[in-house]
Design a protein around this ligand. Structure first.
Ligand SMILES: NC(=O)c1ccc[n+]([C@@H]2O[C@H](COP(=O)([O-])OP(=O)(O)OC[C@H]3O[C@@H](n4cnc5c(N)ncnc54)[C@H](O)[C@@H]3O)[C@@H](O)[C@H]2O)c1
Ligand SMILES: O=C[C@H](O)CS(=O)(=O)O
Length: 488
């Protein structure tokens, strides 16, 4: 019974897992609590599944796999578009669920619903364009064709910071390619995923094609997905630490993998940049989701000629950001997801100031208490500080000063991560030189927002494997096969 989240359609509030077209509890009837990070209120008690139940979900997906793969692409596309339409019609309710369990401002949550749904629309179209090849034969009596087929059952594990979009960014291409899926959302944010399952059920997906399993023991569920031979691919979004674990666990069955892992994005501002535009871009890039995104600027490097101007203007803009409950339309900065996230922000700031950095805006826990933290600007940073090497995942903008283009590039690349990067310049030669030199999968030039379904999202170095979205994203869920015909 939902007494905690105000929804127009109460059917979207569900606390059971979705397996083989049925809503199920965990075998022992156990549940785990889901809390609202804005006030610590328990808003749901969700089915707590273990390995046996997840194995049954995998069996259901495996049983449905042949039928789903054999369905005409156009028919899969119709189901995906029906799901898309239902999601967009439920945008307000889904945004409310996102804010209730994750804390982000409702205006951002609405955007996440549209962003997440855009992957479903995109891959509904891509489903009908899975083309193969004919290859010029190597011998007179041979003919060669290349076909693409779905990899098979997919296991999906996703983080809490985008409870809807990170799931649809995986399920949309997988389903479009003809793969049945078992999705396990973060234990902190399962409600949105279950609402997606409710809408998929209403869209008419056949039983077993899409399954959502919830549970508090992420390690046990992950092991079942990684070790079960019926699962042919693991797609993961989350930290590099957990990504490494999953890669190891997939090795014995040589599973295909997609890994969207941690980031540590540099944000470079050159002397020739439009400083006002750079400040606007830094605000959008750094403080989205209270800094809790994998592509947030984590290190801001400003060339010496505009350093003081940029620092002053950024501090003034940050001072205007409003901290508050995400359900308040005027809120810009919601709570951090949990106490550990809050502590990491404080630890990074304490480390930086202990090594000579200066806080010029914010820098303390909000007077709203809980996990609210004031948006912060800190300057005079150095590379020996923790923030230089770790994601802060919070509303802190750290400023470094640099002198030359080469130094800026070297500092920007000085990390094991390689997901997103940003730079501001109005010099066309510098734009090409820096863009080509940055060791990242995504580069934003004169913009702080790079997220779209039409481009191949993903990282290099230890930020991941593979790409999501774009015309390339569906390839992650396909196997390539060539047929060589003799005796022609
Ligand atoms: N590259 C991207 O697209 C992207 C997107 C969002 C978040 N992230 C990254 O995710 C991190 C923050 O999210 P998070 O705190 O949820 O990350 P996390 O890695 O702690 O958790 C991610 C998911 O994995 C599960 N998990 C944790 N340990 C596991 C295990 N041993 N086996 C199986 N599953 C396990 C969690 O329950 C969660 O569902 C940051 O590093 C951020 O950069 C990356
Ligand atoms: O947190 C990581 C997400 O991938 C952010 S984005 O909205 O997709 O850029």
């Amino acid at each position: 019974m939902n007494a905690h989240v105000k929804l127009a359609n109460q059917q979207l509030y569900t606390t059971k897992s979705y397996i083989n077209g049925e809503w199920v509890d965990g075998d022992g009837g156990k549940t785990f609590d889901v809390t609202n990070p804005a006030n610590g209120e328990v808003i749901a008690q969700v089915a707590d599944l273990g390995r046996p139940e997840v194995a049954r979900a995998i069996d259901a997906a495996d049983a449905a796999q042949a039928g789903w793969a054999a369905m005409l692409a156009a028919d899969r596309a119709k189901l995906l578009m029906k799901w898309y339409d239902l999601i967009m019609a439920a945008q307000e309710d889904l945004a409310t669920l996102i804010t209730a369990e994750m804390g982000k401002p409702i205006k951002e949550a609405r955007g996440e619903v549209a962003y997440g749904a855009s992957f479903i629309q995109w891959f509904a179209e891509e489903a009908k364009r899975i083309y193969g090849d004919t290859v010029p034969q190597h011998q007179a009596d041979k003919r060669i064709v290349v076909i693409k087929q779905p990899v098979g059952v997919v296991g999906s594990i996703t983080p809490w910071n985008f409870p809807l979009a990170m799931i649809t960014r995986k399920l949309a291409p997988g389903l479009a390619a003809g793969c049945c899926c078992v999705a396990r959302p973060a234990e902190l944010t399962p409600l949105t995923a279950l609402a997606l399952a409710e809408l998929a059920d209403k869209a008419g997906f056949p039983k077993g094609v899409l399954n959502v399993v919830t549970g508090s023991d992420s390690s046990a569920i992950g092991k079942e997905l990684c070790e079960n031979e019926k699962v042919k691919k693991i797609t993961f979004t989350g930290s590099t630490r957990v990504g490494r674990i999953l890669i190891e666990q997939c090795a014995p069955t040589v599973k295909k993998m997609s890994m969207e892992l941690g980031g540590n994005a540099p944000f470079l501002v050159f002397d020739d940049a439009d400083v006002d535009a750079a400040v606007e871009g830094a605000i959008a890039c750094k403080f989205r989701n209270a800094g809790q995104t994998c592509v947030c600027a984590n290190r801001i490097y400003v060339q010496s000629g505009v350093y003081d101007e940029f620092a002053e203007k950024l501090a003034k803009a940050v001072a205007k950001l409003k901290v508050g409950d995400g359900m308040d339309e005027s809120t810009d900065i919601g709570p951090l997801i949990h106490d550990a996230g809050l502590q990491k922000v404080q630890d990074h700031l304490d480390d930086a100031t202990s090594k000579g950095a200066t806080i010029i805006q914010g820098g303390e826990k909000s007077d709203k208490g809980g996990t609210f933290f004031t948006p912060t600007v800190v300057k005079d940073m150095t590379q020996d500080m923790q923030i230089a090497q770790e994601e802060t995942f919070g509303p802190v903008a750290p400023l470094w000063k640099f002198e030359t283009e080469e130094e800026g590039i070297r500092l920007a690349n000085d990390t094991i991560f390689g997901l997103a990067s940003y730079y501001y310049t109005r010099d066309i030669g510098r734009a090409w030189r820096v863009g080509e030199a940055l060791e990242y999968g995504i580069v934003g030039l004169n913009t702080g927002i790079i997220s779209t379904e039409v481009a191949p999202f993903g990282g290099v170095k230890q930020s991941g494997l593979g790409r999501e979205g774009s015309k390339y994203g569906i390839d992650e869920y396909l196997e390539m096969k060539y047929m060589c015909m003799g005796g022609v």
